[in-house]
Design a protein around this ligand. Structure first.
Ligand code: G6P
Length: 367
């Protein structure tokens, strides 16, 4: 069937708006709501022998992998090595018995990621592939295919594939945790319940589209933008910066909030907006103190948090964006929405080609 934009102005916008539905569709294959269990599409694949995980991907898919590293280590207590695919093969990575490589790719065809997969296979690793195109080369070559059911993604800048990758990786981390004896039935039930809340929470985030659009006007004149986050919000900061670079051509950098004092703080003045991604929770206070270091130097801050966070730290910010209050496990899926929408609106205001940004390709099949 022909894919059209429906009543959306761009494919990217349509794909951002599809996220509640496609994340639900994706989770359906990994959650058994009836008995509150997580499951794999290949139920007899034995995860219990896995002692190490290596994650390899490119671009936005790599940032989904960075988020997943926190989950695999926290829930399954399995050490995770992660790298961009173009570096992985050339650094003589150590791959021991009992290692699982997870490749993450929307297209399933990215040349660097495919080469990393083949290299790991030669080194005796089992291969899991989180891919959106079920007929792709990576899907065929993997031992364990973990499909994202995001449907065709047309916009060059990835959006819905990213949130679906997060959904699959969260469910996979829970499966691995159970196989390693680290997740009892009660904890599993809790995780399933939280994951199942993601589609509605993403929908809640989309409700702030107009507020984000209004805020985008402040970002348009900027030459440089900084994104800060801690924990799983650090990869989200990287993803936010990537989205802005890709489609609005504004230079942006994502930084771990606590690392800012080791360099980027030197850039801060009233002309460099700083986007702080900080849901309320155990890391909130730390991130806010980094945010205040920015404000003390005249920096303009946009705080993306929930109601409690905005109440506690929103004063003195250039703008605040209030997300629904969600469990930390699904926060990356929810907070992906405002960073996508911000990049989208800045690009539209600047008049760039949102779906086909200059110099970029949807799928990069050369090294
Ligand atoms: C290109 C696209 C990105 C994508 C990356 C990885 O750079 O423009 O949106 O994240 O490739 O693609 P993959 O298909 O492997 O996820």
């Amino acid at each position: 069937a022909m894919i059209d934009k429906g009543n959306h102005r761009h494919f990217m916008q349509k794909e951002i708006y599809e996220q509640p539905v496609v994340v639900a569709q994706t989770l359906k294959a990994y959650l058994q709501r009836m008995d509150d269990r997580v499951s794999l599409p290949i139920p007899d694949f034995d995860l219990s022998a896995i002692r190490r995980v290596t994650i390899v991907a490119c671009g936005t898919s790599y940032y989904a992998g960075m988020v997943a590293k926190y989950w695999f280590e926290q829930f399954a207590r399995v050490p995770v090595d992660i790298d961009v695919a173009s570096e992985f093969r050339y650094r003589a990575p150590v791959m021991e018995d009992g290692g699982l490589m997870i490749v993450i790719s929307q297209s399933g065809e990215t040349a660097d990621t495919l080469a990393a997969l083949r290299h790991a296979r030669e080194e005796g690793q089992k291969i899991a592939a989180v891919v959106n195109v079920p007929t792709s080369t990576m899907a065929r070559e993997a031992d364990l295919l973990l499909p994202t059911n995001a449907g065709p993604e047309i916009g060059v800048a990835s959006t819905k594939a990213f949130t679906c990758q997060l959904a699959v990786l969260a469910a996979f981390a829970a499966n691995l945790a159970r196989a390693k004896g680290r997740l009892d039935a009660k904890a599993e039930k809790e995780l399933v319940r939280h994951l199942a809340e993601a589609p509605a929470a993403i929908n809640g985030a989309l409700a702030y589209d107009e507020a984000i659009e209004a805020m985008a006007h402040h970002i348009v004149p900027a030459r440089d933008v900084l994104y800060l986050g801690r924990g799983t919000d650090y990869p989200l900061a990287l993803e936010g910066a990537l989205k802005l670079k890709e489609i609005s051509y504004i230079h942006a950098e994502g930084y771990a909030a606590g690392e800012m004092k080791h360099g980027p703080i030197a850039l801060i003045d009233e002309l460099v907006p700083v986007i702080v991604i900080a849901p309320s929770g155990p890391l909130f206070e730390k991130t806010v103190s980094n945010m205040q270091e920015v404000q003390a130097r005249g920096g303009e801050v946009v705080l993306i948090s929930d109601y409690d966070g905005v109440q506690a730290a929103g004063e003195g910010c250039l703008a605040t964006i209030t997300m629904p209050k969600v469990h930390p496990l699904i926060a990356p899926m929810v907070y992906a929405v405002p960073v996508q929408l911000l990049a989208y609106h800045v690009a539209v205001l600047k008049g760039t080609d949102v779906d086909q940004p200059r110099n970029l390709a949807k799928s990069v099949t050369v090294e």
